[in-house]
Design a protein around this ligand. Structure first.
Ligand code: DAH
Length: 344
């Protein structure tokens, strides 16, 4: 047998072992070129084919084809092995121990004022009220004029106002949302809204005053609304907000936008014995209310001969302070996490 053929047969034996030792893909490519390339061992042998006789040529053809096939299979298998090994290493490196304890993510909570607003709004929406909102930058026509507080009205002094221009101001109460809603309804639709939001007054901040605070306004306008509806509504709300055993009382008061006007008290937790919170009276003031003044209805496009309404306004901070026994309004605004966390 010719040496050329012997060499190829020998190659067949060593190739399997050689390739199985390879660890890198690049090396596989080199090996492939070494055996199968244009200048590779097999090509080299084929080039010398002419030196062989007929049967030698046949034999060389057969042996080199077999060898080529074998080399290709070996290379392919080894390539897969290397690939798998790579994936295994990667998986090992990136493995996650799911039994390790996790890091706790610190989450915030709704601010206690937000919670209070949400709870009150929920109570009213169960009674069919919808939420209306208005801008905090308001014009004085809506904040005062249309609420029966003309210029030079003494009641304007009750509310020290942040003016931006002569006509534009930071709203001093949520009552202008009443005006906006009535104007939008063209004087011929019934209204049933609550309006929560921020309001501003030029107060010096102390334990019970803040230059910015929150109110919730309520307004009903319809053809048959009476003060007993107002009382019934407030009765229900007070019980749901402060407890089923609670009672309310109405005291005559004065607001320019309502006639008659009342202030509403709820029975104190002390059960009427008298304590610090109720200043020994057994009652706690919670809101102002009244029947919408005919001047307001008229200014907002409703005919007071046909439509009537009641309105009320309450301070959110005050309600939260009563509910949670908070004695300083500034707590709501200084963002002390120890305070805020208590309402988690
Ligand atoms: N706007 C009043 C204030 O800020 C609160 C108020 C009282 C609103 C009586 C009303 C109401 O709607 O009827 O002090």
């Amino acid at each position: 047998m010719s040496n050329i053929i012997k060499n190829i047969i020998k190659l067949k034996d060593e190739v399997v072992e050689n390739i199985s030792k390879i660890k890198e893909e690049q090396q596989l490519n080199n090996e492939k070129a070494k055996y199968l390339g244009k200048k590779g061992i097999i090509a080299e042998a084929i080039r010398m084919m002419d030196t062989l006789d007929e049967s030698g040529k046949k034999e060389l053809g057969r042996v080199s084809n077999e060898t080529k096939k074998l080399i290709n299979v070996c290379l392919e298998n080894q390539r897969k092995l290397i690939e798998n090994e790579k994936i295994n290493q990667k998986l090992l490196k990136e493995a996650i121990d799911v039994t390790l304890p996790g890091t706790k993510i610190k989450t915030g909570t709704r601010h206690v004022l937000r919670q209070t607003v949400d709870e009150i709004v929920q109570l009213f929406s169960e009674m069919g009220y919808i939420v209306a909102e208005g801008p905090e930058i308001e014009n004085e026509d809506y904040n005062f004029e249309k609420l029966n507080l003309p210029k030079n009205h003494p009641a304007r002094d009750m509310q020290d106002t942040f003016y931006i221009t002569e006509q534009i101001l930071l709203r001093t109460h949520t009552s202008p949302v009443q005006v906006r809603t009535m104007l939008k309804n063209n004087g011929n639709k019934p209204i049933k809204i609550v309006c929560p939001g921020k309001v501003y007054r030029r107060d010096d901040d102390d334990a019970t005053h803040s230059h910015q605070f929150m109110q919730l306004e309520g307004l009903i306008v319809d053809k048959k609304v009476s003060i007993s509806d107002l009382k019934g509504t407030l009765d229900e709300i007070a019980r749901k907000m402060f407890g089923e055993d609670k009672k309310i009382r109405l005291r005559p008061s004065y607001f320019p936008f309502t006639e008659p006007s009342v202030e509403v008290d709820v029975t104190c937790n002390c059960g009427g014995v008298g304590c610090n919170i109720c200043k020994q009276t057994g009652w706690i003031e919670i809101l102002g209310a009244g029947m919408v003044h005919p001047n307001v209805l008229t200014a907002c496009g409703y005919d007071p001969e046909v439509y009537r309404g009641f309105a009320f306004g309450l301070g959110i901070e005050r309600i939260a302070m009563l509910k949670y026994g908070i004695d300083d309004i500034r707590n709501f605004y200084i963002n002390d996490i120890r305070f805020l966390n208590q309402f988690n």
